[in-house]
Design a binder for this molecule. Structure first.
Ligand code: DGL
Length: 277
């Protein structure tokens, strides 16, 4: 039966485990297959063509494992490859950008939203486009979006340097640049798999730099809600007894996977299989 099949999730590396974690909490009855392209991470600094090619390979790998739906956990891959993948495959495909955009529009009062992400995600213009569409769909006046790349936050999160002087200094530098461009924003959308790990420091520094409360929107949580809704729409939710977040985990390189993977997953990952795409 279609709804007993697993959900396939892919990412450029370990960051997408923040999405797997959110999916496990929102959909405890579903079986998940995760593919992290750790041999080729980061995607954030690569060209659109390369990211789209890698994304096609990951999608093929998951379809070969008979998934009922594909979740693109990686914001950069969503920004560059979602439309192509949606058109190319027979199962529903969900990216990170739309759910995050909708959540940000719902959260803003001032109508001014900041988005932080990788260079690729910012360059693609995907978030401003999706936020404009989400505002229109919600019957809101046009929203002003300022997107700012924060590439150094990715290695900081992977190293586990998510608090303390170095993380604060880097967050301050990026948020100062953002505050100079958009001093009135009241929502900061975390448009990258890695940023939820830095939520505490980003929240603190944002309050200090903007001088008012800034709501942080986590695209991982928004994706878990959107996955639930998309499964229901296609009548694909699992019907049997819940399997407590059964996870099959594949990576293209397994150096440091136990240590770094657990950081993003919030607990030990269990068995991980190394594969070639
Ligand atoms: N997963 C990427 C994203 O969410 C961050 C890491 C990378 O650059 O590959 O955009």
């Amino acid at each position: 039966m279609a709804n007993q099949r697993p959900i396939g999730v892919f990412d450029s590396g370990v960051g997408g485990l923040t999405v797997v974690r959110a999916l496990g909490e929102r959909l405890p009855g579903e079986e998940l297959i995760y593919l992290g392209d750790t041999a080729r991470v980061p995607y954030g600094s690569k060209s659109a063509e390369t990211v789209a090619r890698y994304s096609r390979m990951s999608t093929r790998f998951l379809l070969e494992r008979d998934v009922k739906m594909i979740v693109i956990a990686c914001n950069t891959a969503s920004a560059y490859a979602l439309e192509e993948l949606k058109a190319a495959v027979a199962v529903p495909v969900l990216g990170a950008v739309e759910p995050g955009a909708r959540a940000a529009v719902a959260a803003t009062r001032s109508g001014k939203i900041g988005v932080i992400g990788t260079l690729g995600t910012v360059r693609s213009g995907a978030y401003p486009r999706a936020i404009a569409e989400a505002a229109k769909a919600a019957g809101r006046a046009p929203v002003q979006v300022t997107a700012h790349p924060c590439p150094l936050l990715v290695p900081l999160a992977e190293e586990g340097w998510t608090d303390g002087a170095v993380a604060e200094a880097v967050a301050r530098r990026y948020l100062d640049e953002l505050a100079a461009a958009a001093p009135e924003l009241d929502v900061l959308l975390l448009g990258c798999t890695h940023y939820p790990l830095l939520r505490g420091v980003l929240e603190r520094v944002a309050r200090e730099r903007f001088g008012h409360e800034v709501k942080l929107v986590d695209s991982a949580e928004a994706m878990a809600h959107a996955t639930f809704a998309l499964l229901a729409l296609h009548d694909l939710a699992r019907m049997s007894e819940p399997v407590r977040c059964a996870l099959r985990c594949y990576v293209t390189d397994d150096a440091r996977i136990e240590e770094v993977g657990a950081r993003f997953f919030g607990r030990p990952l269990g068995p991980v299989e190394r594969v070639d795409l």
